[in-house]
Each structure stands twice: as C-alpha cells, then as structure tokens.
Ligand binder design. Structure first.
Ligand code: KIV
Ligand code: ZN
Length: 382
C-alpha cells in the first residue's frame, strides 16, 4: 500500500511562543527557524505580525532567511490583520496567510456576541481578502473541537468556495477525546463538498494530555497536516509535540504515513528551543526528556543489556541521542552493576560480584544516583 505523506506545520515561533515568560528575540527566532528548515519541516508559522512591531520584524526577517519551507503568518479575520500579515510575508519564497475565527457556541455568543450566519460571512470575507495577497490561504475554525459538526461542515464548505487551500480544525481547548476528534475529521471528509481539493490540518492542544493522540486520530481519518511545536510548548498545557507525532509515524509502520523530518536532529532542536525559550524540558518527556532512554530499575536494566528492544521502542540514535544509559540507583541489579564496572575496565566473577553488590546497595540507599567515582570508592571500601 502506498504511504501517505503528512505535512509538518511547526508553530513553535507563534503558538509555542505564546507561553507566559517565553519571549524570543528576532535572532533566536531566526536560529530556530533555520534549524527547523534543516530538520525538514514543511511549514513554519513565523508569528502573528499585527501583535507587535517586534513580531512583524521577526516574520519579515525569517522570510528573508528561509528558503524551502512555506512561511505562514497568522491573522484574525480582520482586514487590517490580514494586510499586516501579508506585508510581513513580502520576502517569503512560499507565503501562506493563516486566518480564521472562533466557531464554537462559546466564541460566537460570548466572544463575538454574534450569530452563526454572521460568522460564516466574516470567514468568507477574510479568506477572499487574504486571497488578494497570496494564493495559499489556510483557514482556522478556532475551537473546532467544541463546534457542532454540522455548523463546522457548513463554514468549511463556505471557505473552500472562497478559496481556502488548507482547513485547520483546532481543538483549541484540548477537550476532545481521540474518537470525537477522529469522528469530526471523518464527518468533514464525508459531508463537505470539494473537501478533497484542500488539505485538512490538525491543531491540538494538550489540556487533557490528549494532543498527540488526537493529532494521530486526525491523520488516520484523513487530515494530511499536523500543527505542532518542539517540546510541545504552547498556551496553557501546550500544543502537540512535534517529536512525538513524527516518531509515532516513523515507528508504527502499519499506519503507512511518512514525513520529511530528519529525526536525527530532533534532540538537538529540542535543546536549542529549550535554551532559547528558557523552558526546561521535563525529564520524563517522551522522545527528548533526559530520562527518555535512561534505565534505572534492575529488571529493566537486565533486559536492556541482553537486548535493547526489550525495553526500548525507539533506537536513541534515531532521534540524535548517542546511546541508552544505565543509571545506577538502589533499584539496580547485579547485571547493571557488572555492566557499569566493565565500562570502567573491571570484570568480576559471580562470587566477587556477590560480595560487591551488598556494599553497592548500602551506598546507593544514601544517594539518588551512583556515578563512576562512587563505584571506585565502593571497590576501595571508602
Ligand atoms: O489553538 C488555536 O485555535 C489556534 C488558532 C489561532 C489556530 O492557535
Ligand atoms: Zn493553538
């Protein structure tokens, strides 16, 4: 069966940067954008130019520095926003305007004090206006996750007629269950005329920890673009994490998806984003966390030493991490201890190991982790 290519739309520099306390300057943004280009992302959402002169400047400079990916610029469904977004894209080789409006009852009633009919009119106007500046126009139906499917289908059909090339279906509040999000995408595929002329995009937030599962449910049901950020940074609990969805597609061959991402650059890119944003990556973060390929309990270490695949579903080298690590703690067993001593040049037979092991445990009970210098001290009875 032919594999389906999934486009990776990175919004680290726009939605990711919306995190409190995470301010990136223009040169940091260019550095990150260049790394994203090198890694193979298809679309870089560079910013929201109407939001500040600094953001406008960053989008413009990114356009001058980036060659291959599409550069996307965000705007509300407001003429002035669209004009500014288009102007910031002046130097882009492949420009895209990303415009849209809230479509759920919460947004229509409380945010806009409007009606569904008027919201559709505004959406059509915005897409038509954006089309005057660029060919590639992505429409977002904000809070699509909580938007009733019939209305969502209606607005999607209207904006396709107006010229939208991509339909973004955001689960803005991270509320959907994977089967609900899957059903939503399927419903659009089955009920919107000309849907096959456009690309459906997922954009899932992580308020309930479901953003990755929802994005994958989306592509299984016909979406062909995933919006995501490095390390999953973003508003509140964050966005879908790029490294997670990319590695799921790579490892689960039966899904039949592929991306253009050079996964060997994932770890370095994660580090760069963490350093520039000052946002620490939790140690147990999938794929790029410090503990993602570390093993500390005896049973796991024993299995891993015999065969890596017993406790790892990803080869660390595939994401740019040199090797798995065997950490020594009070939960470690004899085989990990022997393994680590061997790395230091010591080989012990079973009876010698049986003498050292209780000493090791006594030492390890007083420390969080045992390092090479501790192993030498244990041997010297210090
Ligand atoms: O989460 C969201 O709905 C968004 C849109 C602006 C695309 O970030
Ligand atoms: Zn978002």
């Amino acid at each position: 069966m032919k594999k389906t290519r999934i486009q990776i739309f990175d919004t680290t520099l726009r939605d990711g940067e919306q995190v409190p306390g995470c301010k990136l300057n223009t040169s940091e943004k260019i550095k990150i954008a260049r790394k994203l280009e090198k890694m193979g992302v298809d679309i870089i959402e560079a910013g929201f130019p109407i939001s500040s002169p600094g953001d406008f400047n960053s989008v413009e400079k990114i356009c001058k520095s980036i060659y291959k990916p599409i550069i996307c610029s965000l705007s509300r469904a407001v003429k002035k926003d669209i004009e500014v977004a288009a102007s910031a894209l002046k130097y882009a080789k492949n420009p895209r305007i990303h415009t849209g409006i809230g479509t759920s009852k919460y947004h229509i009633k409380y945010k806009f004090n409007s009606t569904p009919k008027k919201i559709i009119e505004v959406a059509i106007e915005a897409v038509k206006y954006a089309k005057k500046f660029v060919e590639d126009v992505e429409f977002y139906a904000e809070d699509a996750g909580r938007t009733e499917n019939n209305f969502l289908a209606q607005i999607c059909e209207a904006v396709i007629k107006a010229g939208a090339t991509v339909l973004n279906i955001p689960d803005t509040t991270g509320y959907c269950l994977p089967e609900e999000y899957a059903e939503k995408i399927k419903f659009l595929k089955e009920n919107v005329n000309s849907i096959d002329k456009v690309t459906i995009s997922t954009h899932c937030h992580d308020d309930m920890g479901l953003s990755t599962a929802n994005s994958i449910a989306g592509i299984i049901n016909g979406a062909k673009q995933i919006e995501c950020t490095i390390n999953g940074i973003g508003e509140r609990a964050g966005n879908t994490s790029l490294e997670e969805v990319v590695m799921i597609m790579k490892q689960h061959k039966k899904l039949n998806f592929y991306t253009k991402i050079n996964t060997k650059l994932l770890y370095k890119t994660s580090k760069l984003v963490s350093e520039c944003t000052g946002m620490f990556v939790q140690s147990n973060k999938a794929i790029v966390g410090a503990n993602a390929f570390s093993h500390s309990s005896g049973i796991h270490q024993d299995g891993l030493i015999k065969k890596r695949e017993t406790y790892e579903v990803i080869d660390p080298k595939d994401v740019g991490v040199n090797k798995s690590s065997i950490l020594l703690t009070a939960r470690s067993g004899r085989s990990a201890l022997a393994y680590r001593y061997k790395k230091l040049g010591y080989s012990f037979n079973k009876s010698k190991l049986n003498i050292i092991y209780p000493k090791f445990l006594k030492y390890a009970d007083k420390k969080k982790e045992i390092y090479d210098e501790d192993l030498k001290k244990i041997l010297n009875n210090e």
